[in-house]
Design a binder for this molecule. Sequence first.
Ligand code: TRH
Length: 399
Amino acid sequence: MTEARSSSAAAPTGTAEAGVACDIFCAVIDNFGDIGVCWRLARQLAHEHGWQVRLFVDDLHAFDKLCPALDTSRATQSVEGVLIEHWHEPEHAGDTLQIADVVIEAFACELPPVYVAAMAERGRKPVWLNLEYLSAEDWVADFHLRPSPHPRYALAKHFFFPGLGPGTGGVLKERTLDASRADFERSPQTRAAWWRHATGGPPPAPEATVISLFAYENLAVAPLLEQWRDGARPVVLLVPEGRISGALARFFGMPAFGAGSQATRGALRAHALAFTEQRGYDPLLWASDLNFVRGEDSFVRAQWAARPFVWHIYPQADDAHLPKLDAALAHYGRTLPEAPRAALERFWHAWNGRGIPDWADFLQNLPAYAARAKAWAGELAQVGDLAANLAEFAKSQLK
Ligand code: TRH
């Protein structure tokens, strides 16, 4: 049975978006970025725009890590106002074939053929968007919102490109994010409670440099840990349990470095943290003076944290990721004076397999990076929030 899906949900006060039904399809390639982005987008469209959102996800176990409220045994469930369907791609499209007003295929995952055929039959054609991966490269603005006609059906899909510059779709940013960060930064009690919960102890002394480390396996970790250990200034390292935990265990000569583990060598004190529910990741960024982030979503969150960060970009074949790394550096480093800009580039390159990171070189520029991070968060906000940009485009097409 095929049905057109339209919601009758009330729109949030002050908007005129009631009635938009939206299906998001997400195939998890690896790690947490695919579902991390889709889950954030789904919640924003539901909570901030009043849309009726269904999220089709093929891997509930990856999803469960950042959304523990999920029941991985259930085929269909509602979490935080979003209907979640365990997607058995490629054929499955829910028990009843219902076609939404707005259909988002995330990261070029293939929609079920039966669903596409039904889209073509629908009286009012859905707005079909292919949400692409984030890239800071200049060409993105030229391709953003370009239509691509379907070879067989009277349907066109539009490419929606996240980006860091004008003319792109921007990146996701919840309306309440800045206020939540300000609350955290303003309240010593909130910060102390966070430290106790995360590490079991009080916040470190102000002279320590607090660093969060979320990264893929990386040959530069060991030399950097050595420099932190041997440095003049104390470093407190916060490491969410994951792909880099083995390297920490080897460095400290421990069998494992799982959540709750702690170790001290020289000036370096390290804590392994539990992987948190997705909203719990932001306070880690806010509690740190410097954040090592990776992939896509944590890279974006670090920018909104308005603190210095180092990006471990998702590695691609033939080093296709390196121009993307440099494109991000060009945006982020744009107004830095020459010496700190060059040091930032050296450090980011070293962290991505091009040389050995030089901590002293980076540390002496940390105040310049802190100032730049604040200014950059303001510049990035000018591009607008991705969910709002997407909703606006979809509404313009639905008229
Ligand atoms: O996990 P990632 O490396 O994800 C990806 C995927 O590899 C994907 O296939 C690739 O295409 C993409 O990167 C570019 O990194 P990312 O994008 O930062 O996603 C991590 C998510 O995990 C993010 O939403 C934040 C969340 N997270 C938590 O919810 N709790 C935690 O404790 C931590 C450390 C992260």
